[in-house]
Design a protein around this ligand. Structure first.
Ligand SMILES: Nc1ncnc2c1ncn2[C@@H]1O[C@H](COP(=O)(O)OP(=O)(O)OP(=O)(O)O)[C@@H](O)[C@H]1O
Length: 206
């Protein structure tokens, strides 16, 4: 499964240009704040329409302005983990996870609830409210919700930001596990070079 992305989008005064060619593992989009990394993830997810370009994942065209293809977000099968987790505050952890599961067509599901809970070691969090979670716990739950939506690939926006050293290490290991055990292709955004070098199978600089 590979990423073949070439998108251009004007955002205010900034011209965002993202070009990514990458296969298995973790493809890191690396660059300074404001260059447009999150905008590229949004364009891959189908949350932001490029001015021009194409987005192909695993040979499937999700967006191509010249061919007039623009798959809606819910059909792209991207598991998007936002920088701020964006858990639903009015749902307990278990219900947040079930929400992800309900997004997936039953035939597409490749991992079940109990496996995700064990994989991420979040059993003890299931009855908690999002507001009571630490940053690292919330990020685990957000990754779990994304995995349960039966994604073909993951989009991770600054997954280690705002965490202390020990929590960064834990989430880095979770990402390595998703890469190595679940073999899910990942497009990961970061402005941190150490993080890029640790997690990236390849690094694309913006
Ligand atoms: N709705 C908007 N209207 C105008 N400009 C915007 C809008 N959203 C983002 N921008 C601008 O587009 C540029 C790219 O933003 P984006 O968040 O994609 O960058 P980034 O590289 O992910 O930065 P960061 O690491 O700080 O999140 C920034 O200069 C930002 O100010």
């Amino acid at each position: 499964m590979s990423f073949d992305i070439s998108v251009v989008k004007r955002r205010g005064d900034v011209l965002v240009a993202g070009n990514v060619a990458g296969g298995e593992g973790v493809t890191v989009l690396f660059g300074p704040s404001g260059v447009g990394k999150s905008s590229v993830l949004d364009m891959v997810a189908g949350l932001l329409r490029p001015d021009t370009g194409h987005v192909r994942v695993g040979g499937e065209t999700l967006y191509d302005d010249s061919a007039r293809i623009d798959e809606p977000a819910h059909r792209r099968r991207a598991g998007y983990v936002f920088q701020d987790a964006r858990l639903f505050p009015h749902l307990r952890v278990a219900a947040n996870l079930r929400y992800g599961e309900r997004l997936a067509a039953p035939a597409d599901r490749w991992i079940d609830f109990d496996t995700v809970v064990a994989f991420l070691d979040i059993e003890r969090l299931l009855r908690r409210w999002p507001a009571t979670l630490s940053g690292g716990e919330a990020r685990r739950v957000a990754i779990g919700r994304a995995l349960l939506s039966a994604p073909r690939f993951l989009l991770l926006d600054e997954p280690l930001s705002f965490l202390d050293h020990a929590r960064r290490e834990e989430i880095a290991r979770v990402i390595e596990d998703v890469r190595d055990r679940l073999k899910l292709p990942i497009l990961l955004v970061t402005h941190d070079r150490t993080e890029a070098e640790r997690l990236g199978t390849r690094i694309v600089t913006m």
